[in-house]
Design a protein around this ligand. Structure first.
Ligand SMILES: *Cc1c(COP(=O)(O)O)cnc(C)c1O
Length: 346
């Protein structure tokens, strides 16, 4: 559904006159003496402020992801885009958001920080999502629905028909977090932003692209949403070192494809080995670079692995994930060490 933008955006943001930096104001191309930003003329190249809109980097993202530059927002991790959704659309202590449960923890943390009610809709027993249940949880003050696919920590992808059904019927923002989309079969929902102006698709260089340290997240959405994000973000939210390294990484998609292939080749072997252990109750299917596993005693096994220098994620206190550990696929030798350690558990 096409939102009524003025009712969806917070009034203070709608009327905001954004900060205009020196680099925003001068838009020409022929100047070569820059005395406008109080920079130090020495210590090149880091003396200069970076491009606030990351235009060069967006061209690379556009080429690799197949999304037009005007539909791209870049941030300090996808976490920045998640936070901006609250700051742009949600009026503190009035509005609410709806999210699948269990899912990535940042949505509820950002909701709490921004003083926004967070409505959790439990997934089905097989971790599938029902769009009617999500829509039923909404009120007139629901500004966004958060869906993570493939979902963290469960690993399964959410049915695209169910997601698109929500996009059609909901008048607010539908956020689809595809942090693990590179590991998934099938097309990214970023290809559907033209038909669905309320759809915001998140992506990141932190997982398949092997670049969690540089902090680069992406949001793909219609131009209106991108313009609201740009209005509210910090002026220089992506530093030049990150922009340079991200452009270098985006030129290495063959390496990334190779890493994905290696991880996806390891994944069924690790899952099979874990499923045969006496301490394993159930291994859940996954489309990500991790899997969820129900154990006989997750807390004790988690502690045992820690004592052996192997850290997995204990998800046993998360809804629907009692006694579950979340295990990331590592290198072949890391995975072998994990399995060897688990075989010695009793
Ligand atoms: C890891 C992860 C991210 C990545 O966040 P960044 O800030 O880009 O590192 C986003 N969403 C989910 C669901 C994740 O698991």
């Amino acid at each position: 559904m096409t939102p009524d933008w003025q009712t969806l955006v917070r009034p203070n943001i709608w009327h905001l006159a954004p900060y205009s930096s020196a680099r925003d104001e001068y838009t020409g191309t022929d100047a070569n003496i820059f005395l406008d930003a109080n920079e130090n003329p020495y210590n090149r190249p880091n003396n200069r402020y970076p491009d606030p809109l990351q235009r060069e980097l967006k061209k690379h993202v556009s080429r690799v992801k197949g999304v037009p530059v005007q539909n791209i927002f870049l941030g300090n991790g996808s976490d920045e885009a998640i936070d901006l959704i609250f700051r742009v659309f949600c009026r503190p202590s009035k509005d609410n958001v709806v999210a699948i449960e269990p899912t990535y923890g940042m949505y509820s943390v950002c909701a709490a920080i921004n003083d926004i009610e967070y409505r959790r809709v439990p997934l089905e027993a097989d971790f599938s999502m029902r769009s009617d249940q999500m829509l039923n949880a909404c009120s007139k003050d629901t500004k966004a629905i958060f869906i993570c696919s493939p979902n963290n920590p469960t690993g399964n992808a959410i049915d695209r028909k169910e997601i698109l059904n929500i996009c059609e019927k909901f008048s607010g923002i539908v956020v689809v977090d595809e942090a693990y989309g590179d590991f998934q079969r099938g097309e990214s929902l970023s290809k559907s932003i033209d038909e669905h102006p309320n759809l915001v698709v998140l992506s990141t260089l932190s997982k398949a692209w092997g670049s969690a340290a540089i902090r680069l997240g992406m949001a793909f959405a219609c131009e209106e949403v991108i313009s609201f994000f740009n209005k509210v973000k910090y002026p220089y939210n992506v530093n030049q070192l990150t922009q340079d390294e991200a452009m270098a990484m985006l030129g290495r998609s063959e390496d990334v494809d190779k890493w994905i292939r290696m991880i996806l080749a390891e994944r069924p072997k690790v899952m099979q080995a874990v499923s045969l252990l006496p301490c394993c109750v159930k291994v859940y299917p996954t489309e990500a670079n991790f899997f969820l596993v129900k154990m006989t005693d997750a807390d004790a096994i988690y502690q045992y692995l820690c004592n052996r220098g192997i850290v997995v994620r204990n998800r046993s206190r998360v809804a629907l994930c009692g006694n579950c550990l979340r295990i990331t696929i590592g290198t072949h030798s890391e995975n072998s060490a994990l399995i060897a350690a688990l075989r010695q558990w009793n």
